[in-house]
Design a protein around this ligand. Structure first.
Ligand code: FPP
Length: 252
């Protein structure tokens, strides 16, 4: 008998091209079970694998995950070290499979503060997967939205950009996410209602799905629910909806 996670789900229309996820709640998940916080992060990492597969299945083209923020350095040293170790282990164990599955890895954030071995592993995984296009998996690691904007301003100044040449598009092209479309849908697990310095420029018109489910428990079915909820929304980008425009035109 197929398990619940294998059951086919009805085709979705209007699948978001880009989803971004704040994978929150690993610590609480672990605490509930009397486990260490790192055990929670390990369980969250296993879940990430399942969600990557589900994104491919549902036709999502870009998935950005908030895995280590510039603020996370303030956590206890063993947790920080453990998270760095998890990233290294994931690259060592999963890179070949991800590559074969057509996943392109991208990194957003600053690599220079990572240890040289981890840094070169991240650079290598980005390099060898750069021609893959089935799913672009963008890992936010040592990432902060404000830091990203500060870096962009510094680089624009270094390049001698004139104030009158600064446009939305130009700023976007200086961000770590250059070339990646803005997220259509941002998912945050564990119920917190904050942006937490994640994609603060890019999230201007993103839709949100916030769920009380803790990240290790956020499964394929709930991802499907989030995508269905997105598909029913009307995005107006600050303008009027088509039906409102029609009413106005008919009234003229
Ligand atoms: C937030 O939960 C989660 C994190 C700070 C880390 C997320 C990282 C992973 C799932 C590791 C895997 C990622 C890769 C790319 C290898 P929390 O610890 O803040 O949870 P809490 O709010 O319940 O304490």
């Amino acid at each position: 008998m197929p398990s619940k996670t294998d059951l086919p789900l009805p085709q979705l229309d209007n699948v978001p091209r880009h989803i971004a996820i704040i994978m929150d709640g690993n610590g609480r998940w672990a605490k509930k079970r009397g486990l260490t916080r790192l055990a929670g992060h390990r369980s969250g990492t296993e879940n990430l694998r399942r969600i990557i597969r589900a994104c491919v299945e549902f036709g999502v083209q870009y998935l950005t995950i908030y895995a280590f923020s510039t603020e996370n350095w303030g956590r206890p040293a063993d947790e920080v070290e453990g998270l760095m170790h998890i990233l290294e282990e994931v690259i060592d164990k999963e890179l070949n499979d991800l590559h074969e599955e057509g996943v392109q890895l991208r990194h957003i954030g600053r690599l220079e503060q990572l240890n040289p071995t981890l840094r070169s592993k991240v650079e290598h995984s980005v390099e060898i997967t750069k021609e893959n296009h089935r799913l672009i998996l963008c890992i936010a690691w040592n990432y902060g939205g404000r830091d990203e904007i500060v870096c962009a301003i510094r680089n624009m100044m270094k390049d001698g950009v004139k104030p009158e040449d600064v446009t939305d598009e130009l700023v976007s092209s200086y961000l770590f996410t250059a070339g990646i479309p803005d997220p259509d849908l941002i998912i945050r697990t564990s119920g917190e209602m904050r942006i937490s310095n994640f994609l603060i420029w890019q999230a201007s018109y993103s839709e949100w799905y916030v769920t009380p489910t803790l990240w290790p428990d956020f499964d394929r079915e709930e991802l499907y629910t989030a995508l269905s909820s997105f598909s029913q929304r009307e995005r107006r980008f600050g303008k009027l909806s088509d039906s409102e425009n029609e009413l106005i035109q008919n009234a003229d």
